[in-house]
Design a protein around this ligand. Structure first.
Ligand code: SF4
Ligand code: SF4
Length: 102
């Protein structure tokens, strides 16, 4: 290869003289409506109580920063307040709480 000549300057794969290379990119597709399923990690979860397991011990009340739990005969979760943080589920000694999709 001679000095000052790139691999495409003439030779076997060079452009014929008088040909101008044109680079193009694909045109964007026409705008439309695309509906995608909600990714799982964006699904909202809330805590629910299994009343058969709940011993009304009150352990879950102070751990709920959202104030979503009230206690009577068993714990009750207000789904409008619950943020699905899982703290009560982790602390319940009776395994009476779990998260489920709202
Ligand atoms: S911690 Fe568990 S057993 Fe105790 S009140 Fe809450 S849900 Fe019921
Ligand atoms: S999951 Fe979090 S916000 Fe919901 S009730 Fe339990 S501690 Fe409260």
């Amino acid at each position: 290869m001679g000095r000052g000549r790139g691999p495409c300057a003439g030779g076997r794969w060079g452009l014929a003289s008088g040909v101008t290379p044109v680079l193009s990119t694909p045109k964007p597709k026409a705008a439309g409506t695309l509906t995608l399923p909600l990714p799982k990690q964006l699904t909202r979860f809330v805590a629910v109580v299994d009343p058969a397991r709940c011993a009304a011990c009150g352990v879950c009340l102070p751990v709920c920063a959202a104030g979503a739990i009230t206690l009577a005969d068993v714990a009750t979760i207000n789904p409008d307040r619950c943020t699905g943080c899982n703290q009560c589920v982790a602390q319940c000694p009776q395994d009476a709480l779990r998260l489920q999709p709202a």
